[in-house]
Design a protein around this ligand. Structure first.
Ligand code: PHE
Length: 342
């Protein structure tokens, strides 16, 4: 009987080594140690033995039982650790999709515009968002207390100059960078200045307190309005297609003379009139004009020798038109349902 028990032990250990999955392991356990298993079966023969033999065989059976149980448990733990259920790497599973970030629609169009102007030999310049009252207004021919300031309601910063006047503002447009660029680089000069602007607005679908503009400036000898129109046409065609037309109509801005409103033929109806262009066939895009002599002087450039044109436009509006976005507030909302569409 002892031999039988030892044989069972040897066989079981051998089989244990071959067993590679938890289910087979469980079957083996039942087959050997279960209530109707082989060990129990062998021990059934115990009744025919003497007291001494019973004790002897019983002891051995018990030892073998404990040892096999321990080995089975060890094997089970080992298998579980490397089985799928316990989070092992299953190389056959499809990979987890990582969300990929992407560029904000404003940045995307800004990059496009920067590329376009770089190809025409324009520099791309930056200016401060917290601007002095001087560069934002005064150097642009908008004196303190002049009614033209009402066109751009701004955020003043709680900081006063020697005369007790507020002297810092969140810039209301990118035009102050015109004067900064003139002072830094002198004439001749070709540059665009994209950037963030701020106005104290009651927000709605078309107004936002924080928005983007792109400013353009070209200074050289004998610059006139047709140069301005040529550049605006090239930009409009780049953005909206080769059929696009541009027209300029007089408009007042204190820092240009003459000043114009640059309109682009509607890219939806091609001038026929539709909802987008409010049946006019034209979309108002640019503010522009020839740089006012006072502004050239503020930029330390001699207006007798040099002239220039400047233009500015709202990047948000351009992007809204391009993608059919109806609420300007979506841009700064951080709403992924909006952002993920681009
Ligand atoms: N700075 C003007 C605005 O924000 C736009 C403009 C720029 C007009 C340059 C003329 C020349 O409305």
């Amino acid at each position: 009987m002892k031999d039988e028990i030892l044989k069972l032990k040897a066989e079981t250990l051998k089989e244990l080594e071959r067993t590679k999955d938890p289910e087979a392991l469980r079957d083996l356990e039942i087959k050997v140690l279960g209530r109707k298993g082989r060990l129990t079966e062998i021990l059934r023969g115990l009744s025919g033995l003497s007291e001494e033999e019973k004790r002897d065989v019983g002891k051995l059976a018990n030892e073998v039982k404990l040892e096999l149980a321990a080995k089975l448990k060890e094997a089970k733990n080992h298998l579980l650790k490397f089985s799928r259920a316990e989070g092992a790497v299953d190389v056959t599973l499809p990979g987890e999709k990582l969300l990929r970030g992407h560029i904000h629609p404003i940045t995307k169009v800004q990059n496009e515009i920067e590329d376009f102007f770089s190809s025409l030999g324009f520099m791309v310049l930056d200016g401060p968002e917290l601007e002095s009252d001087f560069f934002n207004f005064e150097a642009l021919n908008i004196p303190r207390h002049h009614p033209a300031r009402d066109m751009q309601d701004t955020f003043y910063i709680d900081h006063k100059n020697g005369e007790g006047e507020y002297d810092l503002v969140m810039r209301t447009h990118t035009s102050p960078v015109q004067v900064r660029a003139m002072r830094k680089y002198g004439a001749p000069l070709r540059s665009i200045m994209p950037g963030k602007c701020f106005r104290s607005e009651a927000t709605d679908v078309r107004h936002e307190h924080t928005f983007y503009q792109v400013e353009g400036l070209m200074i050289d000898q004998n610059i006139n309005l047709s140069h301005l129109k040529g550049i605006l046409e090239a930009l409009a065609r780049h953005l909206y297609g080769p059929e696009t037309k541009v027209r300029l109509r007089p408009k007042f801005y204190p820092f240009v003379e003459p000043g114009v409103n640059g309109e682009v033929s509607c890219f939806v109806c091609h001038g026929q009139g539709c909802r987008l262009c409010k049946s006019t066939g034209w979309l108002e895009i640019f503010g522009a004009g020839l740089v006012h002599p006072n502004v050239l002087r503020a930029g330390r450039i001699d207006p007798e020798k040099y002239q220039g044109f400047a233009f500015g436009f709202g990047l948000n509006r351009l992007v809204m038109l391009k993608y059919g976005i109806e609420d300007i507030r979506l841009f700064n909302s951080g709403d992924l349902r909006f952002l993920e569409q681009f």
